[in-house]
Design a protein around this ligand. Structure first.
Ligand SMILES: CC(C)(COP(=O)(O)OP(=O)(O)OC[C@H]1O[C@@H](n2cnc3c(N)ncnc32)[C@H](O)[C@@H]1OP(=O)(O)O)[C@@H](O)C(=O)NCCC(=O)NCCS
Length: 186
């Protein structure tokens, strides 16, 4: 069967963390411990607590890509700090502090764009249109929920991803933490 998009489930957590690790750069790829900290910072919260607005690309029963979304900033910052940030504190204080302040990049825009997202695909699934399909699926869901807008933060040097987001209707609205904040209305 061809890979297809479905809502995220509890059983996807490990694979979602793996995808996050494998798309987070050479250090995370090489070292499992670094990968775990990155995954806890950027993906675990959504896989655990935001399954209604998070989707995976499923190939033979395994998640090989994801689009993860928190539709409500206030719920996100509370729950994420109480769980993932706290867990990171027991692993590495420095990463926990980075994670604690991470939501502040979104904070100024939370009324106009209450939702934010992360999207990643394993290498061999990139450039085949799956990212665009996952984005369509999420945007339809957020429209159905009558949310006014959605945003994301992308590394300032990740030009390929910025092109991808532009094509999906996102525009740059600010810069934060070496990243670019991009957003679109729904
Ligand atoms: C960015 C990403 C989600 C896009 O999904 P995708 O399925 O590869 O994209 P599509 O096939 O639907 O569209 C292709 C477009 O995506 C962009 N793109 C970004 N990274 C790409 C990659 N590694 N391979 C191919 N296209 C990529 C390009 O703009 C490309 O258009 P182009 O052919 O005109 O250059 C995916 O490539 C990915 O996971 N990349 C690595 C991790 C990453 O950068 N995530 C975003 C972090 S903010």
């Amino acid at each position: 069967m061809m890979p297809y998009i479905r809502p995220a489930e509890d059983k996807d957590l490990k694979n979602i963390e793996y995808i996050c690790r494998m798309t987070a750069g050479p250090e995370a790829r090489k070292r499992e411990d670094v990968g775990k900290k990155i995954a806890l910072t950027y993906s675990t919260y959504y896989a655990r607590a935001e399954q209604e607005t998070s989707f995976v690309l499923d190939d033979e029963g395994k998640a090989v890509g994801y689009i993860l979304c928190a539709p409500d900033f206030t719920r996100y910052i509370k729950d994420y700090r109480k769980n993932e940030v706290k867990k990171l504190w027991g692993i590495e204080k420095k990463q926990s502090i980075i994670a604690y302040f991470l939501p502040l990049g979104y904070l100024p825009f939370k009324n106009k764009y209450p939702a934010h997202l992360h999207i990643d695909l394993l290498d061999e699934y990139q450039g085949k249109g799956y990212g665009s399909q996952m984005m369509k699926t999420l945007l339809a869901k957020l429209k159905e929920m009558k949310l006014p807008g959605v945003m994301l933060i992308v590394d300032k040097d990740n030009e390929g991803a910025q092109r991808f987001y532009k094509r999906a209707g996102f525009r740059k609205i600010a810069s934060a933490f070496g990243g670019v904040v991009m957003a679109r209305k729904l």
